[in-house]
Design a protein around this ligand. Structure first.
Ligand SMILES: *Cc1c(COP(=O)(O)O)cnc(C)c1O
Length: 399
């Protein structure tokens, strides 16, 4: 997937990152998707349709909540939470799958496919597959299938076919390659719903646009409640979809500082973390130029994080650019710190956050102290942590 076979699109670059470096067999599919999306994205009827399902199925707008207890407990800036965990299926991922399913319907496709790691994107895809009546196939590494059996069962309950992938590490990277292969073979009737702001153009743009509802709503809600904008905005970064969706609403507000939080894993040794921006190098992965974790020979090194959703050796190309340009600051939080914050948010606020989001909470706690009282921090609560309860219990041995 790293061979440069196509450099077709002029747009789709974010500074030096992004573009479309996909195999030739995908050219036709990407060109069609780009053409249809460009036509639809400003179409009033299409926008109304997306809006309708956001309201009528996802439960948007999601709540913007003042976190009284965390504010008191951390003794610093005021803490606000954008509650994407209250969406149908419990995370932000449904925003993207709804949007792309509607795109697929407009393109006349009968079949949707997806890759999934921990199973959250697979679930969100199976959900819209059932609701819109698509034939749905989800690719999942065999190792992940074993770790996340319940998610696979849920997908099957909703009528999706779950295909195990046994090659390589048998996790997300291989599942993604397999989904791309399926798409290349079946492009006539199939749309590939990429799960994060990654992959060849136009995917990073499409996913960002559908997730930007997070930032757009947050900005409006915050302003209405406070008559100002937040001072800092914090989101966790895996592939980078919840964070780019949140940041996009504030990019032009130069006074609003933006912070992305990556998974520092165990330590900074390649293979032990997923901190692509803070520790990675430019390279090519899944059809895009971005920052990736590689060894001395340019081989991709498998990523690690306590949270399966941050466990990706690349990152959306727009983040690589925002890091380089300095508009967004990126930090990493390790497994232990994330587990700490997971339990703290449970106990103090009565909210079980996703382990992914717990990384953002840990960073926000320090930021709250640094900024001090009278300042405001907005955190994207990307998802709920029910899915992580068993894993946290296993890791800590006790609670
Ligand atoms: C998948 C997931 C993430 C990480 O993905 P991004 O594309 O970086 O947003 C973060 N939080 C939750 C709850 C997730 O399910």
């Amino acid at each position: 997937m790293s061979r440069i076979l196509m450099k077709k699109f002029e747009e789709g670059y974010f500074g030096e990152f992004g573009g479309s470096y996909a195999p030739e067999v995908l050219t036709e599919a990407l060109v069609e998707l780009d053409r249809v999306y460009k036509k639809l994205k400003d179409n009033r009827k299409f926008k109304k349709e997306v809006d309708y399902y956001f309201k009528n199925y996802v439960n948007r707008p999601s709540l913007l909540m003042f976190a009284e207890n965390l504010t008191r407990h951390w003794k610093g800036a005021r803490i606000w939470l954008k509650r994407e965990d209250l969406n149908h299926t419990g995370a932000h991922k449904i925003n993207n799958t709804i949007g792309q399913a509607l795109l697929a319907r407009h393109m006349g496709k009968q079949r949707i496919i997806a890759e999934t790691g921990a199973g959250q994107h697979g679930l969100a895809t199976a959900t819209v597959g059932a609701m819109f009546g698509f034939e749905t196939v989800v690719y999942m590494g065999d190792v992940d299938l074993k770790r996340q059996e319940l998610n696979a069962v849920k997908m099957k309950m909703m009528g999706a076919t779950v295909r195990g992938v046994s090659s390589g590490e048998a996790t997300l990277k291989e599942a993604t390659s397999e989904a791309m292969r399926d798409w290349a073979l079946n492009v006539k009737n199939t749309h590939y719903i990429v799960g994060s702001a990654i992959g060849p153009h136009p995917f990073p743009t499409i996913v960002r646009d559908f997730q930007s509802i997070i930032g757009i709503e947050s900005r409006k809600q915050f302003k209405k409640m406070n008559g100002k904008l937040p001072d800092g905005v914090v989101a966790c970064v895996g592939g980078g979809s919840n964070s780019i969706g949140m940041f996009y609403g504030f990019l032009k507000d130069k006074k609003v500082k933006l912070y992305g939080v990556e998974a520092g894993g165990i330590d900074s040794k390649p293979g032990n973390h997923s901190a692509t921006i803070t520790m990675g190098e430019p390279g090519f992965l899944h059809g895009t130029k971005t920052l990736i974790i590689q060894d001395e020979n340019g081989q991709i090194v498998p990523a690690h994080s306590v949270s399966a959703g941050l466990d990706y050796p690349g990152v959306g190309p727009e983040h690589a650019h925002l890091a380089r340009s300095g508009r967004v600051q990126y930090h990493s939080v390790n497994d232990e710190q994330a587990l700490d914050s997971f339990l703290e948010v449970c106990k103090v606020e009565g909210i079980i956050p996703a382990l992914e989001t717990a990384h953002a909470f840990h960073f926000a706690k320090q930021l709250a102290k640094d900024l001090g009282k009278k300042k405001d921090i907005l955190i994207c609560l990307s998802g709920r942590g029910d899915k992580d309860a068993a894993e946290v219990y296993r890791l800590l041995g006790k609670i």
